[in-house]
Design a protein around this ligand. Structure first.
Ligand SMILES: Nc1ncnc2c1ncn2[C@@H]1O[C@H](COP(=O)(O)OP(=O)(O)OP(=O)(O)O)[C@@H](O)[C@H]1O
Ligand SMILES: [Mg+2]
Length: 372
């Protein structure tokens, strides 16, 4: 049995015409690190608040160990919560902040000091117990918030963008810290972010949210290698897309499918959504920039796709080059956005003498592209 089960959960806020959480079905396994990832307004915080008990579902059921928790107030749910803002009590010391959930839960005073010391030890802040929050760095404050969420040994720790206020370096340090804590304590963690690399660093599984619904729930590797639609492909990792129509003789029977672009080019990719493709002749091909090679026109190996493009920029990014290319037929005079692709090319394989304005071929293997 899953630790947590959301069954057909809806959340509609008063006065709002659309659902913030729209028929959510989600099982969270004991001990896993699950991340809710998605754009702003997609329902991540709402989902977390429903789980923590700070909001009630409009309909549907949330179960903990198989029993509905609809009537349980937050402090009886045994869940530690870390919010986006540090939300420490400014007038209390670090030790008093961490002790707070224990006193609320009527833990005997004699037991509190030991538990606080152990929690501060877990986040490596033993020597900071007597400081006030304003005497700490952002990262240290966030660790106090984490210690406060862990101190009563909750079954679940819920974190809503806990690292978003930190600079990149500190953020990456804290990600490793949270990873370590998850491994050491074996506690179930549900983490909210809209940062895809953070999601990939931390998670056993990631739920990609869009408009109150989960588009795909899978391991980071599966989301990256086998997204179920262009939204997931574009949200996790970089992605190039081109639209076209399926070639009449290319029905989705086999592994590969062929489409013809508006510019008249014929491209092959893996069949992403068989059902949709069977009923629709328009389709989108997606391919990640690291799978693209650059060649002179006509210079790609037999069996590879070749997309004719014009080079519009070439940018050195340290460990790779970023090539920006314009697709044929995209004049840019229509006022709408030009379709552009970009490629990530290792310095060692960048053809010499490339110049802006030059016509090139972007080559890629059919099995590295998806058609949806
Ligand atoms: N208290 C509220 N009252 C009314 N509408 C709300 C309330 N809280 C959130 N919403 C709406 O519900 C939707 C989902 O919001 P939510 O805060 O869950 O998104 P989110 O994915 O956490 O976004 P972000 O990444 O910006 O934090 C949004 O359209 C938002 O405007
Ligand atoms: Mg939010």
């Amino acid at each position: 049995m899953a630790l947590i089960e959301f069954e057909h959960v809806f959340k509609r806020y008063p006065g709002s015409s659309s659902a913030a959480v729209d028929d959510l079905n989600l099982h969270i396994q004991a001990g896993e690190f699950l991340t809710l990832l998605g754009p702003s307004g997609s329902g991540k915080t709402s989902t977390l608040m429903l789980l923590a008990g700070f909001e009630a579902p409009s309909s549907g059921t949330i179960r903990l160990d198989g029993a509905s928790i609809g009537s349980l107030p937050p402090h009886q749910r045994n869940m530690g919560v870390v919010f986006q803002s540090y939300s420490l009590f400014p007038h209390m010391t670090v030790a008093q902040n961490v002790a707070f959930p224990l006193s609320v839960r009527k833990v005997p005073a004699a037991a509190i000091a030991g538990k606080v010391a152990a929690a501060l030890d877990k986040v490596h802040l033993q020597s900071f117990a007597q400081r006030k929050p304003n005497q700490l760095s952002g990262g240290q404050q966030q660790r106090v918030a984490l210690a406060r969420a862990l101190v009563f040994e909750p079954r679940l720790v819920l974190m809503d963008e806990p690292l978003s206020a930190l600079d990149k370096k500190l953020r990456e340090e804290m990600q490793l810290e949270i990873r370590r804590l998850h491994r050491e304590l074996g506690v179930t963690m549900v983490f909210v972010t809209h940062d895809q690399s953070e999601a990939m660093t931390l998670s056993d599984r990631v739920a990609v949210f869009n408009q109150g619904r989960i588009e795909q729930l899978a391991s980071p590797q599966t989301l990256y290698d086998a997204p179920v639609n262009p939204f997931v492909a574009s949200f996790l990792g970089d992605n190039n897309m081109i639209q076209g129509s399926l070639e009449p003789d290319s029905r989705p029977a086999g592994e590969l499918i062929r489409l013809r672009t508006a510019g008249g080019q014929s491209l092959q990719g893996r069949c992403g959504d068989r059902q949709k493709l069977a009923g629709d002749s328009s389709a989108t091909l997606c391919v990640r920039p690291e799978f693209l090679q650059v060649a002179a026109q006509g210079g790609v190996p037999v069996g590879h796709n070749c997309l004719d493009v014009t080079l519009i920029d070439l940018i050195q990014q340290g460990d790779h080059w970023r090539l920006l290319a314009r697709l044929p037929g995209a004049g840019g005079h229509g006022g709408h956005e030009e379709p552009r692709w970009f490629a990530k090319i290792s310095p060692g394989v960048l053809p010499p003498g490339l110049s802006v304005g030059q016509n090139l071929c972007l080559g890629f293997r059919p099995q590295d592209a998806w058609v949806f």
